[in-house]
Ligand binder design. Structure first.
Ligand code: ZN
Length: 311
């Protein structure tokens, strides 16, 4: 399996919100990528500009960051041609790697706009190098710029940032600095949801469990689903005593705490999200927690109850 580390530059309406095409708010103008083999050795590169069709002027912010002008783009090939070449470059057996989680969404939106076949019929497994960098180097879910990570890793900066190829090149270098076990910590892009129950995603990571549901017609329907609401032990599936039943403090996030005799306190967290197709889906995580972490959830619940009384 190869790693396709890619980055996109995109443009947006230069004349305000009124002129935004909602089907393609961000139009891709450049694709850059580095291909690494399973030993993390670079084996190929991809670097091509895209001729825009929707936004014919460069948005000021985009222009300032990316340093591209229309003259450079007008002789480029159109998106669908560049994308076909990019997919050829990717080959058959690969995993995408990106800095942050936006590039895959915009790539799929642009493909849909040009009626290209879907990249995938289900959520796409990928490595979010920005997230993994934060986890390994700072042990937390913070977000940093690519240049910050390059500096922390002591990577030599031999080309300027903010062009698609350069950012893919540096993202690949940061990826090489990650310990091998971090390359197993996949994220899932949910531009396309699981279509049915058997396609749903259930993964047991080293320190937590993740579930991504299919799409539901409404929030209420999602919260009726048995698996969504399951609050037992994800490790042994044995009966547990429920310490805190599901509650929410904002109608988007739900929490619960159970106690397993073998695995101790277990926290469940549900996040409700709206998908590209308008359906509601659930991302649920479960993990073992300490007594202290349980108390934080109790405090959250108390605060919510007090608010409810005050309203
Ligand atoms: Zn258990």
């Amino acid at each position: 399996m190869n790693y396709i580390v890619f980055d996109l530059e995109w443009n947006q309406s230069a004349s305000g919100k009124r002129f935004v095409n909602k089907k393609i708010p961000f139009e891709i103008i450049e694709i850059g990528a580095v291909k690494l083999n399973r030993n993390m050795k670079e084996i190929d590169r991809f670097n091509e500009l895209v001729r825009p069709k929707v936004y014919k002027n460069i948005n000021k912010i985009t222009g300032n960051i990316v340093h591209l002008d229309m003259n450079q783009l007008k002789n480029a090939r159109p998106f669908s041609k560049v994308m076909e070449s990019f997919l050829d470059f990717c080959g058959k057996d690969y995993v995408f790697c990106t800095w942050g989680n936006l590039d895959l969404i915009e790539l799929q939106r642009n493909m849909k706009f040009y009626s290209m076949p879907s990249l995938s019929q289900k959520p796409i497994k990928f490595l979010d190098v920005q997230k993994l960098f934060a986890l390994q180097f700072e042990g937390e879910k913070s977000q940093h710029t690519l240049e910050y990570a390059v500096d922390v890793c002591g990577i030599y900066k031999d080309i300027p940032f903010h062009r698609a190829f350069a950012d893919a090149y540096y993202t690949a270098k940061v990826l090489k600095y990650l310990k091998p076990e971090y390359r197993e910590k996949y994220s899932f892009d949910t531009y396309v949801l699981p279509k049915e129950k058997k396609e749903e995603i259930r993964i047991l990571f080293e320190d937590y469990y993740k579930y991504i549901s299919r799409g539901f017609e409404s929030k209420a329907k999602a919260l009726e689903d048995k698996e969504v609401l399951y609050s037992g032990c994800y490790l042994c599936k044995r009966p547990v005593s429920r310490k805190i039943p599901w509650f929410t403090n904002n109608n988007k996030h739900y929490y619960c705490v159970s106690y397993c005799r073998k695995h101790g306190l277990i926290k469940g967290k549900i996040r409700l999200r709206k998908a590209e197709n308008g359906k509601i889906y659930v991302i649920k995580t479960m993990k073992q927690i300490s007594e202290e972490q349980k108390n934080e959830i109790v405090q959250k619940q108390d605060k919510m109850k007090k608010q409810a009384q005050a309203d």
